[in-house]
Design a protein around this ligand. Structure first.
Ligand code: NAD
Length: 363
């Protein structure tokens, strides 16, 4: 059956990097058994300009009907003066909420060819391959009560609430264990169970879920230690699973270990496996329109889409292999450029990946 893919280019470099990812999808659609239909819609600043809203109903309807969504990036200085409720980022949050995307998968992968790009010593990070599974729709970012009020002797009080139900913890842990089962079979559950009762429950439920996966080794780590270990010896981790806020912070730290924001994809999944796929970087207004943005994070997001929503792991590997071959050939966009390599623009990088896939299928 034809799978529906909704393409949301968004703002800044979004349309430029999405164009390259679409080239890759079109190549696979035309040259393999991948049966997809692509549709495109507005989100973020582009949607505000056209309709006054960051997530128009028409876009949300198409997203609901789609099997997977591919997003570029949203936001930029043009829309910063707007009230917070109608800023571009609200479009993204609205999509996550409306589609029930509770599981955020953030790989931190360092291609060996780019080991020099990291701020850590190459031997600490070369070959790094961590998957951070972050809970995305619960925890302290959503818990009630919340807000700032002036109720204690005229002094203002700020409140946020860390809240998780057992079922919310269970479903995110199951995602992590399922993924670990297909990788190196190790899950590290990150909490602060020595201080926060809510994460004491997290630890209990994670342990309970782990009992159902005898082939996967579970360990627990306090979040402060996890932050330290990520910088000290990041290759000790396979899959990390954690709360919304801890995952937000740890996944950014892990991403930076790779030193190349333009290389990292992400996925956000709901309970049926439907997902939204996007690079981890933003709309990079400083380089928008220059044709220099690195499209590889978006192209690798397509690989994640094939693996997690379209059940095509072989095609995902073809894309990842082609990216590796292009790096081996010395092609670099400006963000990952180093001495002796050949600098290329966004479009040439996309073409090179498609050509590498074509070469690999001829070989
Ligand atoms: P950013 O990720 O857009 O850019 C940070 C730096 O990295 C910039 O110097 C940029 O040029 C560079 N960079 C980012 N992606 C690159 C790529 N593919 N190739 C080469 N260089 C790249 O972060 P920012 O500058 O803090 O935010 C810019 C805008 O993006 C803001 O409006 C922010 O709200 C938005 N944003 C959106 C998302 C999203 O859509 N998911 C995520 C983060 C930030």
């Amino acid at each position: 059956m034809t799978k529906k893919i909704l393409i949301l280019p968004g703002d800044g470099i979004g349309p430029e990097i999405i164009a390259e990812a679409v080239k890759v999808l079109a190549f696979l659609r035309d040259g393999s058994d991948l049966d997809i239909a692509m549709d495109e819609a507005l989100v973020g600043g582009a949607a505000i300009d056209a309709t006054g809203e960051p997530l128009p109903d028409a876009t949300l309807d198409l997203a609901r009907q789609a099997d997977a969504v591919l997003l570029g990036a949203v936001g930029g200085p043009k829309w910063e003066p707007l009230p917070i409720e109608i800023r571009p980022e609200k479009g993204l949050l609205g999509l996550r909420r409306e589609l029930g995307l509770f599981a955020n998968l953030r790989p931190a992968i360092l291609y060996p060819q780019l080991a020099d790009a990291s701020s850590l010593k190459p031997e600490l990070v070369a070959g790094l391959d961590i998957m951070i599974v972050r809970e995305l729709t619960g925890g302290i970012y959503f818990g009630q009560p919340r807000g700032v009020s002036a109720r204690e002797g005229g002094e203002r009080v700020g409140v946020n609430t860390l809240r998780y139900t057992e079922s919310e913890i269970r479903r995110i842990c199951e995602v992590a264990f399922d993924i670990a089962g297909k990788r190196d079979k190790r899950v590290c559950s990150v909490d602060k169970a020595n201080v926060l009762e809510c994460t004491e429950l997290w630890r209990e439920v994670a342990t309970d879920v782990g009992a159902g996966y005898p082939n996967v080794v579970l360990s627990h780590m306090y979040v402060d230690n996890a932050a330290m270990q990520l910088i000290r010896a990041p290759k000790q981790f396979d899959v990390m699973v954690t709360t919304n806020m801890f995952g937000d912070i740890l996944s950014d730290a892990a991403a930076m270990l790779t030193g190349s924001i333009g290389m990292l994809p992400s996925a956000s999944l709901n309970e049926t496996g439907k997902g939204m796929y996007e690079p981890i970087h933003g709309s990079a207004p400083d380089i928008a329109g220059k044709g220099t943005a690195n499209p590889l994070a978006t192209i690798l997001s397509v690989a994640m889409m094939l693996r997690y929503s379209l059940d095509q792991p072989g095609l995902a590997e073809r894309i990842e292999g082609a990216v590796s071959n292009v790096l081996d050939a010395g092609l670099r966009t400006s963000d990952i450029m180093s001495e002796g390599m050949r600098q290329v623009g966004t479009c040439d990088m996309g073409d090179a990946v498609v050509n590498a896939m074509a070469d690999a299928s001829r070989a």
